[in-house]
Design a protein. Structure first.
Length: 278
């Protein structure tokens, strides 16, 4: 058994040095769940104690982040300053993962990629995407999965609380709900005001439909027999898109109102009541 412990320690040291040298990355102590698989729990704790005591190798250092995560790195290939900076990014990953896990556990809901950007607005979206990609290869985040809508919109979930099959159902439901929202709003505006509905309205804070989802939904609506009353108009000068329902107005009326709305601009927008969120 002592030989097994020594083997685990050797593998751990090798991983830490390789990650520090080749990738400039910290190594989570949770890698022991893989390296020490098969060892009794008390012996795994012995390896952990050796990490905490710094008794593995002279160049191996530990870093504990504010959330309590324990990381290792080799001082031969990474300075303590660089390690601290990497630790800050690991805290961001931890925050992202915790939101995804909470959404899956408490709300039984997928987490849109866009909400990740809002969670840490000080970091550019391209960097958030990079961190999420890194998480896919890290053992402590192996419960975090991704699923894509047909529109390309990316969602995340925790497979400890949502199965892959159910995630697929949820992402299809999200798109279907968006299409229903568009149809219901267009019909309501055509009936009540009446007026055609500017397509860009659906990406506003009131509706919150992601831009990547909006266009495919409109294509689906316009090509669906059950929504055959929904038609599209494009203003010839501004090229702004509008939708209207033939249940409540004809094309000539819709075109005339679209022209008036575009000519009046924001003044017309203030004169008309705001639509209610469905």
């Amino acid at each position: 058994m002592t030989a097994q412990i020594a083997e685990v320690k050797a593998k751990l040291i090798h991983n830490v040095r390789r990650n520090s040298k080749r990738y400039g990355a910290l190594t989570s102590s949770r890698i022991l769940t893989v390296l020490a698989k098969g060892l009794p729990g008390e012996l795994q704790h012995g390896v952990m104690d050796a990490i905490s005591a710094g008794a593995l190798a002279s160049d191996i250092r530990t870093l504990i982040t504010p959330s309590g995560q324990l990381f290792l790195y080799s001082q031969d290939y990474m300075s303590s300053e660089d390690a601290a900076a990497k630790g800050e990014l690991e805290e961001v990953k931890h925050a992202l993962a915790e939101k995804i896990r909470r959404d899956s556990r408490v709300l039984t809901a997928l987490t849109p990629l866009s909400s990740m950007f809002a969670l840490v607005p000080d970091i550019k979206p391209v960097k958030i995407c990079s961190l999420l990609n890194e998480m896919q290869a890290q053992v402590q985040y192996r419960d975090i999965k991704t699923v894509s809508a047909f529109s390309g919109e990316l969602y995340l979930y925790c497979d400890a609380h949502i199965t892959e099959k159910y995630a697929g159902l949820l992402v299809r439901s999200a798109v279907t709900d968006a299409c229903s929202t568009i149809v219901d709003t267009v019909r309501e505006e055509s009936r009540i005001y009446p007026r055609p509905t500017r397509v860009s309205l659906f990406t506003s804070q009131v509706y919150g439909i992601p831009a990547a989802t909006l266009h495919p939904c409109i294509v689906r609506v316009l090509n669906s027999p059950q929504y055959s009353d929904i038609r599209k108009l494009v203003h010839p000068e501004t090229e702004v898109e509008y939708l209207y329902s033939t249940l409540h107005m004809n094309e000539e009326q819709a075109y005339s109102l679209m022209t008036w709305l575009e000519e009046e601009g924001t003044a017309a927008g203030r004169a008309l009541p705001l639509p209610q969120c469905p």
